[in-house]
Design a protein around this ligand. Structure first.
Ligand SMILES: [Zn+2]
Length: 424
């Protein structure tokens, strides 16, 4: 019990002693604590209503940079918080995006600074960024963190390859663009990998396969022409032509009225519709009147199908046919002369597939066409799309032509017209 009392007394004394020492220390330190509380360090509002950056109660008028206050970072110019500043600010090795005086850490934008446009993401300039960035309703090409206005070329972004012109995506552009050693087909500002076919560029026709240029258009031209249709194989032929994006020319007839609609179909798929004959009876050669009467009928049918009047004609049997002698002497010479007055041009052929004569197989047609085309700068190939085996050869003919640098084109009025000499 006594021992316990003595211990209690000693503890009480100790507590009083510590308390007294603490009181003395506080009393000595008090003036300094009071001075610090009254002074300003860091960001504080002044009597003039502005916010300043202080050190030991003094505005740091030479301070330009950021300072933290109230969980945000603020922009100071000459020591004063500038709420009207929007732009970049360098601070501790980074360039920060300040918006109305405050760093916006959520911002993704382009920001002009020092004559360049910088790519800001997460509130600071990303100097490693490379790609596209949308700004002001346009898409800009970023490299090294800033817009590179000198770049014209392709840029991959979001699964597409975009055409950048002087640093900006040009959504109206249709062109060929070189990239990685190849030339690519650009339309509406991006590479169209689904496109197969020709495009006019720089005065030539270029063949494109799946968006990539396969060969440069040159002077090896093939005009595939099909006479006597449409018929039961015309649609199949159109599909083969579509597969390669190749356009051809159809010299049509009304021999199989059931397939008239294929004239419109071929037209809509981009082929040239030209006139052959309505009836394909050689009795049309008995007079000019009879010939033009027949021609008018097939023309009307084409206009009904396509809305457009064809201007290219091919005579049944060709200009050099002699069967017309049986009907009227000299008719081919006079027709060849008068067509122009009626507003037409005519075109014969210089490569025949033989499909109207002795050739009756797919391989025979292929061999005849290849043999005829070789060595010619311009070939007008005659085939008949009412012959199944002839239509079947077209796929291989196109494959061969493309592999050997030929350009397939549809006839137009401006094409070189092959003319046979009239023999009657
Ligand atoms: Zn014919």
């Amino acid at each position: 019990m006594t021992r316990y009392k003595g211990k209690l007394k000693r503890n009480t004394f100790l507590q009083i002693f510590i308390g007294a020492v603490f009181f003395m220390v506080v009393m000595i330190a008090m003036p300094q604590i009071q001075a610090q509380a009254a002074g300003k360090n860091g960001v504080a509002k002044a009597a003039d209503g502005n916010w300043y950056y202080y050190m030991e109660n003094k505005v740091q008028t030479s301070y330009n940079g950021l300072a933290k206050y109230n969980n945000a970072w603020w922009y100071f110019k000459n020591g004063k918080l500038n709420f009207s500043y929007t732009g970049l600010c360098k601070y501790k090795d980074n360039w920060w995006y300040v918006e109305n005086g405050k760093v916006n850490f959520d911002k993704k934008t382009l920001c002009k600074y020092n004559n360049a446009w910088w790519y800001v993401t997460g509130g600071k300039v990303n100097f490693n960024a490379k790609g596209l960035c949308k700004y002001n309703n346009a898409w800009w090409y970023i490299s090294g963190g800033k817009v590179n206005f000198n770049v014209t070329g392709l840029c991959k972004y979001n699964g597409n390859w975009w055409y950048v012109e002087n640093g900006k995506v040009n959504f109206d552009k249709t062109t060929l663009c070189k990239y990685n050693g190849s030339w690519w087909y650009v339309t509406s500002g991006k590479v169209d990998f689904n496109y197969t076919g020709y495009m006019a560029y720089n005065g030539s026709n270029w063949y494109i396969k799946n968006g990539k240029m396969i060969h440069q258009g040159g002077n090896k031209i093939i005009y595939l022409t099909f006479d006597d249709g449409p018929g039961p194989y015309t649609e199949e032929l159109l599909d083969v032509l579509d597969k390669y994006g190749v356009k051809a020319t159809f010299f049509v007839t009304n021999q199989k009225p059931k397939y008239q609609n294929m004239i419109g179909e071929a037209y809509r798929r981009g082929h040239t519709i030209a006139l052959h004959t309505y009836s394909h009876s050689y009795s049309i050669y008995k007079s000019e009147t009879a010939y033009y009467k027949d021609l008018k009928l097939i023309e009307d049918l084409c206009v009904a199908q396509t809305g457009e009047k064809p201007t290219i004609v091919r005579f049944p049997g060709g200009t050099s046919n002699t069967i017309s002698r049986k009907y009227c002497k000299g008719i081919m010479s006079s027709l060849a002369n008068s067509l122009d007055d009626h507003g037409y041009v005519y075109c014969d052929w210089n490569v025949t597939s033989g499909d109207a004569g002795g050739t009756t197989t797919e391989s025979g047609v292929f061999n005849n066409v290849i043999k005829g085309v070789k060595g010619k700068s311009v070939s007008v190939v005659l085939q008949h799309d009412i012959k199944k085996f002839s239509v079947a050869a077209v796929d291989d003919i196109i494959e061969w032509g493309l592999a050997n640098g030929y350009t397939f084109l549809p006839l137009t009025e401006d094409s070189p017209m092959v003319h046979h000499s009239a023999m009657n």
